[in-house]
Design a protein around this ligand. Sequence first.
Ligand SMILES: Cc1cc2nc3c(=O)[nH]c(=O)nc-3n(C[C@H](O)[C@H](O)[C@H](O)COP(=O)(O)OP(=O)(O)OC[C@H]3O[C@@H](n4cnc5c(N)ncnc54)[C@H](O)[C@@H]3O)c2cc1C
Length: 416
Amino acid sequence: MKSEVVVVGGGAIGVCCALELARRGTEVTLLERGEELASGASSGNAGLLCPSHSAPIANPASVRNGLRWMLKPDSPFYLRPRPGVASWLARFVKASTPARAAEGTRIIRELSVAGLELHAQLAGEGLSTGFERRGILNVYETEAGFALARAHADTLGVPAEVLGRGETRELEPAVGERVAGGVYFPDEAHCDPLAFVYAVGRAAREAGATIETAVAVSGLRRSNGGLAVDTSRGTIHAGTVVLAAGAWTSQLAAPLGVFLPQEGGKGYHLDLEPAPGDPKIPISLDEAHVIATPLPGRLRLSGTLELAGLDTSISRTRVEAIRRAAARVLAIDGERVELEAWAGLRPCTPDGLPVIGRPYGVEPLVLATGHARKGLSLSPITGRLVAELLAGEPPSLDLAPLSPDRFRPLLPSFRR
Ligand SMILES: Cc1cc2nc3c(=O)[nH]c(=O)nc-3n(C[C@H](O)[C@H](O)[C@H](O)COP(=O)(O)OP(=O)(O)OC[C@H]3O[C@@H](n4cnc5c(N)ncnc54)[C@H](O)[C@@H]3O)c2cc1C
């Protein structure tokens, strides 16, 4: 079998690449190993589409808090000590300077603003993504945290309203009395992550893409100027392969000599039965690193970044820590029925920036991964950038800082 382009991975990034390519008339086949689309991180994230949250994971506060939290089983950041993580961590610390974090924030914000507009356009076309522009509310439990947020609110590059305790509760009555204050971003939005992937997948199919689920890619080989894609259902010859396999992308790219240092940043959600007093606006408990998102039929509480390889097992200790943190601010009692506890892996590069582009020396390959905490927000702009790259058009945003070639292997075993 042949296809002009094969996209590997049916998460938010993969379906957006397939949609943009199909709409430009490219023959595209998307392969997802799960029984359904969104079998990775994209099904269960918090759903926020918020340029205000654009700091890369590599920043001075992560290193500061990370050292404090690293080995504590109920903290928002956790590192499971493994030999394999050491070199990633060394790159992460090196990238966490104030200057690099500021530049990373600028880049992610620019992508995020473009992504938000494309999310709005997709919803405007009638795609059922659950898109709602109700804003995002950051709340602070301590005076010190609120003071810091207040001081930085006008540096975030998006409209922001600083609210005292009373104003915060007036805007969102679900917030309890114990908060010090909040910052509201009225232009921001959220969507239903699973509905988004399904809707974009359907639109890609309608635009002519072939979408295959339950097909696992086992390897990529050079073949006749393109790539042979070996799968659980045979081999497909592709002119170009777009690797959008999330946290699993590095291992698929490695046999082609491509070095991509990426770790799975495990996060959890706990979905609770909805209740009448639940928030209408998504709430970010900034100090606890927990987000509460009102979704159809559920209140989703999510959080934690755990560097634990490709392990997706669920730690009840962390799930309970997320629930306890949310219950400090929202009316969540012990009686509230739990619908689902879930874990997913954010694809995390050590500098916290996505990887979008062709790796040097492997012309028929494009990488589209590394979106860490922002993959849902950035998925439509990533699809657009990938389609522009394949069409040879000038990119609508600068791809240089996202180049796969910015990483150099420490050992010389990778071909360059
Ligand atoms: C708790 C949590 C909260 C988050 N909140 C937000 C948020 O509010 N806003 C936001 O923008 N982002 C958020 N994120 C981040 C976001 O979920 C990710 O960045 C995004 O889902 C990554 O998308 P992806 O398509 O790259 O990867 P994935 O969704 O993981 O998709 C990769 C797909 O590739 C498939 N695959 C892998 N290997 C193969 C193979 N060999 N063959 C075939 N298929 C394969 C997998 O099955 C998977 O479906 C959050 C993440 C978590 C965990």
